[in-house]
Design a protein. Structure first.
Length: 265
């Protein structure tokens, strides 16, 4: 059902191998609604379908603020909560850490522009005045937009938890956006997640088997790269031949000029 929602809304994705506690792992390959997810590093937008669906359902919040893209550092990340042995929502692909937002206004960065402690964050009610109380009265345009985003998502039913710089210093540079799901937190008696794969120091994680759609996409990318390489070589060869012809023409012209200068009529 979740994947059908993504397909119906035109969200480009690829099925991903099972990992951590994800039930329906997907790698997002395009905008979710009107919002692009831009990685700050090399991590793909890998998440459970439930998170992608939640971001899609919150499209009105992003649209109202003119947000066209969000930069993120992590979505799925097989790890425990900081300072705890409990699994993180990231280990289930249900959370994404957003560091900045982009739109016609430019780029607003959480570390630089978020104004903590301005409005009511903890113990916030659900009434009609909750949004205004949460936003408060930020001093800057950037701070107001970021608080409107954080508060709008905090009050949206698609999300279980939004953690911001209002909560602790660990989140001074990003918003932790966590979707609601019936499998997290894991119910009593649920089997524990397998430990994350062990990596040697400095070694990248061993990739799992690629699903057929990913293999087809990789093959297409390789063919396209070869075609572009051949086209580039042809262009370079033509340019060299043209330069060589011009040099030869200049040499001949110089020789004729020298000949005429030595034999006046």
């Amino acid at each position: 059902a979740c994947l059908r929602v993504l397909r119906d809304k035109g969200v480009a994705y690829q099925r991903a191998p099972a990992a951590g506690g994800m039930r329906t792992p997907v790698e997002i390959a395009g905008p979710i609604g009107e919002v692009a997810l831009v990685s700050r590093g090399r991590r793909p937008a890998l998440m459970d379908c439930v998170l992608a669906r939640a971001l899609l359902r919150a499209g009105g919040v992003f649209q109202e603020l003119g947000i066209a893209a969000m930069t993120f550092s992590a979505a799925f990340d097989h790890r425990t909560r900081r300072g705890s042995s409990e699994p993180s929502a990231h280990a289930y692909g249900l959370a994404i850490d957003v560091h900045s937002v982009r739109g016609p206004f430019g780029e607003y960065d959480v570390r630089k522009h978020f104004e903590p402690g301005i409005g009511t964050w903890r113990g916030l009610g659900k009434g009609t005045e909750a949004l205004g109380a949460c936003i408060g009265a930020p001093a800057t345009t950037e701070g107001k937009l970021l608080r409107r985003l954080a508060c709008g998502l905090k009050l949206h039913p698609a999300f279980r938890v939004i953690v911001s710089p209002d909560d602790n210093s660990d989140h001074r540079d990003h918003l932790h956006i966590e979707a609601s799901a019936d499998f997290f937190p894991p119910p009593p008696g649920a089997p524990e997640l397998p430990p994350p794969p062990v990596q040697s120091a400095g070694a990248p994680a061993a990739p799992g088997p690629s699903p057929p759609s990913t293999q087809r996409g990789t093959a297409r990318s390789k063919r396209r790269a070869k075609q572009e390489s051949r086209a580039k070589k042809k262009q370079m060869a033509k340019a060299k031949a043209k330069a060589k012809a011009k040099a030869k023409a200049r040499t001949k012209a110089k020789a004729r000029a020298t000949s005429k200068a030595g034999h006046p009529t």
